[in-house]
Design a protein around this ligand. Structure first.
Ligand code: ADP
Ligand code: MG
Length: 249
């Protein structure tokens, strides 16, 4: 797949397959093209080459049908001014609500279930803009989960969260994956946490795939030095390699 934006080639020859039920995390330095890749997979960008979702070319899906298959949490979603949490999460049900129709009891039940799972029950009347960054991030995820899609695209879903909420959100996503067979494609900057949850990782650099494979094949001192210019030690952890930044001197 190639993506060109305003005349600039952003992704070049990226070939990526995510198996049903798999969790793939895309890593790479700032500007590598991670967000662009997720937007292309979600059908939000014109691409050269083919993007298929569960065997169907994405271009042939109507918006509504696509939304039942793939849900995206953008890196910095637009926050509609004055909107309460409940209404925002309810937007996730749009593909199920008939044009000019209203949400059904089942839509509301789905929304309340997701709010409860994400520890947001007490927040449903609050205006989105008044929440802390971490609370808001959980609301963005809630909207995507309420959408009931089988493929979740999460662009830095944990960047605004404290370490406890990071684990809580990722455990929840993993649990949903196991219980409902969700497929997950995420980007993340915390490499240790990324490696603990991903089945496979893809290292992007300057719009190309620099490495791909199991976390221990991608999270190596050599690759992280080459592509991030980072000085790190990689040690064996219980659930995958742990990446420890080490001061250069
Ligand atoms: P990442 O998420 O890995 O930090 P992005 O996918 O957001 O990277 O961006 C990759 C590159 O594409 C960056 O250099 C960015 O400036 C560039 N880019 C993004 N959108 C456009 C655009 N509309 N026109 C030109 N360049 C863009
Ligand atoms: Mg990004």
């Amino acid at each position: 797949m190639h993506v060109t934006l305003d005349g600039a080639r952003i992704l070049a020859g990226v070939d990526l397959t995510v198996a049903v039920g798999e969790w793939v995390t895309v890593i790479g330095p700032n500007g590598a093209g991670k967000s662009t890749l997720l937007r292309a997979v979600g059908g939000l960008l014109p691409t050269k080459g083919e993007v298929t979702l569960f065997g169907t070319p994405i271009g042939s899906l109507r918006r509504r049908d696509r939304a039942r298959v793939v849900a995206t949490v953008a890196q910095s979603p637009v926050v509609p001014p004055g909107m309460p949490v409940l209404d925002y999460v309810l937007l996730g049900r749009t593909p199920y609500i008939p044009a000019l129709g209203r949400e059904s009891a089942a839509d509301l039940a789905a929304v309340h279930e997701v709010l409860e799972r994400l520890d947001l029950t007490g927040f449903h009347r609050r205006e989105l803009a008044t929440l802390s960054g971490g609370e808001r991030q959980r609301v963005f995820l809630a909207r995507a989960l309420a959408q009931g899609a089988t493929l979740l695209l999460l662009d830095e879903p944990t960047s605004a969260l404290d370490i406890g909420h990071q684990q809580e959100v990722l455990e929840l996503v993993d649990q949903l994956r196991r219980e409902h067979g969700l497929t997950v494609c995420a980007t993340m900057h915390d490499l240790s946490i990324a490696g603990e949850y991903a089945d496979r990782m893809v290292l992007l650099d300057e719009g190309r795939v620099a490495a791909a494979g199991a976390p221990r094949e991608v999270l190596t001192e050599r690759l992280l030095a080459t592509h991030y210019g980072a000085s790190v030690r990689v040690v064996d952890g219980e659930h995958g390699p742990l990446v420890v930044p080490v001061r250069r001197r």
